[in-house]
Design a protein around this ligand. Sequence first.
Ligand code: URA
Length: 187
Amino acid sequence: MLKWRELYDECIQCHKCNLGDKRNNVVFGDGNPRSKIIFVGEAPGADEDRIGLPFVGRAGQLLTKGLTALNLVREDDYYICNICKCRPDNNRVPYEDEVEACLPYLRNQVALVKPKIIVCLGSTAMKHILGNDFRITRDRGKWIEKKGCYILATFHPAALFRDESKKVLFWQDLKSVKKKYDEIEKG
Ligand code: URA
């Protein structure tokens, strides 16, 4: 396991898959690395690739708005990153080999943060964190406990633009995350 500095340095120079050739920036992660919650998305979009930070585009702003309303602030309360650190062309779902190449970075990030809560944003994160048997429409909002860590999957915030009806469930899930966070804070 690498320490933060070594991990970051290795990741920003990475060319383990083809996504490395086309990126403008590696989107390593953001937020508080000493927090109790990690949010994990799929892969950077165009805005993230341009700026070098996760969830700063339209979907990210929607997520940030919801979390801010619950008093969860990126700099203080959570760490946020993606399964893949580089942008796939046309925002396609990353290929299996791209995910496999990138997952060791996420595993190392999780090992360093030691979160009590992991939130999977969308089915790509859910599949690679919880496993292939999970389905986002059926299993979102359910807490799964693994080795003392509570894991929950919810919709990817970008999915809310395609289907407004998902907003209610997404909001319900964010509130459930906040409740779990408060319970853990109180010990
Ligand atoms: N979608 C993601 O999954 N991650 C980002 O960082 C931005 C959009």
